[in-house]
Unconditional design. Structure first.
Lengths: 430, 538
């Protein structure tokens, strides 16, 4: 079984073994050089690993792009109480499907990353929080963890080094908000999945009230490679501020959807048109969401940019978790945005007034516009309610929910107006 | 920039142009309150944790990229805060608009109307017109058990109620179910709040009309109520309360904060035990026995008759007092007894299981189910009778001494009670078979109808003010007995509650250090004398 689409211009570091079922087994993974990085890491010791990862410039792949080595250095030295590393495998951002593939094809890559990460910040217990709907993925990962325990890579006295690290696999119950780091912690502890107020930050008070670091699956999967080859090696790809490679999940109106691993900074237009084959024959591009549903939409004329954190920010959007949703001219933007808004309405944890009420209100206005009962004032209301939602809540979910609304009303106003006019005309002729 | 403090245990910041110095760690909302600025808030309650989720209290700090929740953000040295800047007003207007989207606006039939956090802040800072044109979501109401009804549509999801049950009652019976805009508050299992001694407080903490009392439902409008600061008479804890009345009837009791006694809370036993204050069958005029019959007379005639009778010859005195009497009442009777040569006094009190509020453990529904058993002890009355507050009157029943019964209706006493007494004086609210034997019957006001003080379990003297008008010609016992004392001795009758309180020093030195006006708002613990045996257990 080969991986659906592979492009020769890809730089496959993390995804090198996608499509190779043997890579899932311990033997298969070891035959591909697996667990050599772990051997090196137990000898290196924490400080050295952290500094290597800092040198690499690796940035968190869960969405925010925070430098991983720096995040690790926030962890206090041993406090005499347990500290935790959490691996965020809740992958629920609409349009995202890279973590699932990383786990499905290369579970040992993640396990190795978790172990090295744990070693780097001196923790003895790692929780991998898997999205509730990841049934197959969870089975594969659970099997791999068992194998790794049997082989002595996980557990007491790893590889005779005296280092003890346990890994526990935990399944969520299918809530988007449990992917937010502190929502995840609450969920892991058996509470309602509601994000916590910060400060205190997780490195001070995290899971079970203990110092905690949380990293995305892809972030941790990159770590073994950095440890094996060094931080400098990782910088051969990408830009100065966004080094390395990244997986991009491409869905929507492209001829070859799927996961592509390219160096950060890769040209976005080239990526969509060359690598992914562009929109179907004879159809023009209408809009692209570059980083998952939570980031502002781009128009076709805005995609001549690099696929890195800075270039995306300069274009008024975000790289996010690299989930590229491509829409061609057949797309009804209002319907798409309404669909996304419904998602946020459904997934808001409901603690914060602006998010709880704003998401539901926006969905209803959008639905009304879609159905032909909208007015121009509704667009002003949408923009203003979005402004009242953004930047005023406990977590950034509310900002995420507002982003597609604001950017679509600003950039695709004509689409909204067309629906509004059509409704007015229908009403007038009735 | 504000000056930095030498020690770092205080910080100085500027809030709306006013400089304020507060202990490090003080939250902005509390620092603002110090200089008289109220930051609008919903989820914050001083007796609960702050989840910062309603987003109502957002304020602007110079130099901070985002607005800060004043309920959790701590004041820092040199901070410059604007609680009513354009940005924060805009944010709060947004929150208020969001909260009103699905709110039914049924103020005309809502019990909270007039004391509602939504009404107040919307009037102050809300939009004049809503923009929500979709049909509203309808949730209806839910019986939460006990005295509590939940109107889901009015709920603003501040979770104060959930946190009260979790953190203070430590009896998790409420929770948020569902999430997002579908979230509602609900109970676990069918029993809900039924049987919780503290559940009434969730009605108080609810900033809107979402949780309401069944007992108070549609009884009165908040703005029609008169409110008097008082002390709960129903156990020896002495929770500070507000007696709320309409047309001279108590409609409800609400706790008043006193961090040294009851925090913000009170128990449901005390809260719902107020009907007796509204009883109708009260004695309204003084009565004296003429030709074997009690006949109504004027106060002056009653007092003259009594003084004449008691002035003649000397008699031993015996007394029964109710533990619901004030210190001034009990002390006045003790003074009368001492003037007449001393004697034995008893009080009887109903007791019950003690129950602690886990989140504020010094608040207990105390064993003594009356406010002033400790006061009775202080003024030399002896506890008599059983745990149900009856019995213990046998050696009084057939005596030929002068007998005073004050407040206690002695329902359980034999019909021959007091028949042999030289003089039997009853000061109280209503006649029972036994008190019908009295030679003189004097209508007394209840604690709710007068000023006075109670002494709680820890000997804290606390003041209460009148909430009701006493019926007919009723008077406070201290006043009645003061006049009597003036009739049988050289002592002047107390004109005011201050005089009555000052006179207590005659029978107890330790009261000499206090005066009615100088009792602290949180009450004053009677200084310096050995602990009363058992007092703590009452
Ligand atoms: C609403 C919301 C949902 C999120 N969902 C995910 C998720 O599914 N997976 C993930 O890795 N990070 C998610 N994040 C980001 C995490 O909070 C966190 O930043 C990340 O896991 C940190 O790992 P990293 O530093 O390796 O990126 C989410 C954030 C928000 C605000
Ligand atoms: S912003 Fe939304 S999702 Fe985040 S904590 Fe607040 S209500 Fe929950
Ligand atoms: S019922 Fe009242 S206290 Fe409870 S969450 Fe709703 S508004 Fe808040
Ligand atoms: S009072 Fe501060 S957020 Fe609710």
């Amino acid at each position: 079984m080969a991986y659906p689409f592979v492009h020769p211009d890809e730089t496959r570091v993390l995804s090198k073994h996608f499509g190779e079922p043997e890579a899932r087994t311990l033997a298969g993974w070891e035959a591909r050089g697996g667990y050599q990085a772990l051997r090196k890491a137990v000898e290196m010791g924490p400080a050295e690993i952290v500094s290597e990862v800092k040198d690499s410039g690796l940035r968190g792949r869960g969405g925010a792009g925070f430098p991983t080595g720096v995040k690790w250095s926030f962890m206090p030295q041993a406090s005499g109480k347990p500290h935790y590393l959490l691996c965020n495998a809740d992958e629920s951002e609409p349009g995202t499907f890279k973590d699932r593939e990383l786990i499905r094809w290369t579970p040992h890559q993640l396990i190795e990353g978790c172990l090295i990460g744990a070693r780097a910040i001196n923790v003895q217990h790692v929780y991998i929080y898997n999205r509730g709907e990841f049934f197959e993925t969870t089975q594969i990962l659970a099997r791999a963890i068992e194998e790794a325990y049997e082989a002595g890579y996980i557990g007491k006295d790893i590889l005779g080094s005296g280092v003890d690290i346990d890994i526990t696999l935990h399944m969520g119950a299918g809530a988007y908000i449990c992917g937010e780091e502190t929502g995840l912690m609450n969920s892991l502890e058996g509470r309602r999945g509601e994000p916590r107020l910060k400060p205190p930050f997780p490195a001070a008070v995290g899971a079970f009230g203990r110092p905690t670091t949380i990293n995305n699956v892809e972030t941790l999967c990159a770590v073994p490679h950095i440890v094996t080859h060094g931080g400098e090696w990782y910088r051969q790809w990408g830009t100065e501020k966004s080094p390395g490679t990244k997986l991009f999940c491409v869905s929507g109106h492209v001829r070859k959807p799927g996961n592509y691993e390219v160096p950060l900074g890769f040209n976005f237009r080239e990526f969509i048109y060359e690598m992914c084959g562009g929109p179907p024959e004879g159809r023009a591009l209408k809009a692209v969401i570059p980083g998952g549903s939570s980031v502002p939409i781009l128009r076709p004329e805005e995609i001549d940019i690099g696929m890195d954190y800075e270039a995306m920010a300069a274009a008024g959007t975000m790289l996010g978790c690299g989930s590229v949703i491509v829409m061609d001219e057949t797309t009804d933007i209002v319907k798409q945005v309404r669909r996304m808004s419904d998602f946020y309405t459904h997934e808001s944890c409901g603690q914060c007034t602006p998010c709880r009420e704003g998401t539901a209100w926006a969905s209803r206005i959008l639905k009304r516009i879609e159905d032909g009962w909208g007015s121009e004032e509704d667009l002003d209301t949408l923009l203003e309610l979005s402004e009242n939602m953004a930047g005023k809540t406990i977590c950034t979910f509310s900002d995420a929910a507002a982003a597609p609304i604001v950017s679509s009303v600003q950039k695709f106003r004509d689409d909204y107006l067309a629906l509004i006019r059509r409704g007015e005309n229908l009403a007038a002729s009735a | 920039m504000a000056p930095h403090n030498a020690q770092n245990d205080t910080v100085t910041c500027t809030i709306d142009g006013l400089e304020v110095t507060v202990p490090a760690g003080t939250r902005l909302i509390e620092a603002a309150a110090r200089v008289g600025i109220e930051v609008p808030h919903y989820c914050y309650h001083p007796g609960l944790s702050a989840p910062a989720q309603c987003r109502m209290c957002l304020v602007e700090m110079e130099g901070a990229p985002k607005l800060l929740p004043a309920c959790t953000a701590q004041a820092g040295d040199g901070n410059v805060i604007h609680t009513h800047s354009e940005k924060s007003l805009k944010a709060r207007e947004g929150v208020l608009e969001f909260l009103l989207l699905n709110h039914p606006l049924d103020c005309p039939v809502c019990d909270q109307s007039g004391e509602c956090g939504l009404q107040d802040y919307v009037a102050e800072e809300g939009r004049k017109m809503g923009r929500f044109v979709e049909p509203k979501r309808i949730l209806g109401r839910d019986d939460f058990g006990g005295d509590v009804l939940y109107y889901g549509d009015r709920c603003i999801m501040c979770t104060r109620c959930v946190r009260f049950m979790r953190e203070v009652a430590q009896d998790e019976r409420l929770t948020v179910v569902q999430r997002g805009h579908r979230a509602v508050i609900d109970t676990f299992f069918d029993e809900g709040l039924e049987g919780s001694l503290w559940a009434g407080n969730v009605v108080d903490v609810c900033p809107v009309g979402s949780l309401v009392s069944k007992d108070f439902l549609h009884k009165a409008r908040a703005w029609d109520l008169d409110r008097s600061p008082s002390v709960c008479p129903n156990c020896s804890q002495g929770c500070n309360i507000s007696i709320q009345t309409f047309n001279n009837q108590v409609t409800r009791l609400k706790p008043r904060p006193n961090m040294e006694v009851n925090s913000h809370w009170m128990c449901d036993y005390g809260r719902h035990n107020y009907q007796w204050m509204n009883r109708g069958n009260r004695i309204e005029a003084p009565m004296v026995r003429r030709d074997g019959k009690l006949v109504a007379v004027s106060w002056s005639e009653a007092m003259r008759t009594l003084a004449d009778t008691l002035g003649k010859g000397s008699h031993a005195v015996r007394a029964v007092v109710s533990p619901f009497l004030s210190n001034e009442d009990m002390g006045a009777l003790r003074r009368v007894m001492e003037t007449m040569g001393g004697g034995d006094g008893v009080y009887r009190v109903e007791t019950g299981e003690e129950a602690e509020l886990p989140g504020f453990p010094t608040l207990k529904l105390r064993r003594d189910r009356a406010a002033n058993g400790v006061g009775a002890e202080l003024f030399g009355y002896r506890r008599a009778g059983g745990d149900d507050g009856t019995g213990g009157l046998d050696d009084l029943a057939g005596h030929d001494d002068v007998l005073f019964v004050a407040g206690d209706e002695i329902q359980d006493a034999p019909t021959t009670f007091g028949e042999k007494a030289a003089v039997f004086v009853y000061l109280g609210h209503a006649l029972s078979d036994a008190t019908r034997n009295a030679d003189v019957v004097l209508p007394a006001t209840s604690f709710a109808e007068m000023e006075g003080t109670f002494t709680n379990y820890e000997r804290r003297i606390q003041r209460f003010l009148p909430a009701l008008q006493g019926p007919g010609m009723s008077r406070p016992i201290w006043q009645i007995l003061g006049v009597l004392l003036a009739g049988i001795s050289e002592k002047a009758a107390p004109a005011t509650i201050d005089d009555a309180f000052d006179a207590l020093a005659e029978v107890r030195d330790d009261f000499g250090a206090l005066s009615f006006r100088t009792i602290a708002p949180r009450g004053t613990v009677l200084p310096g004398f050995p602990a009363l045996s058992e007092a703590a257990g009452r």
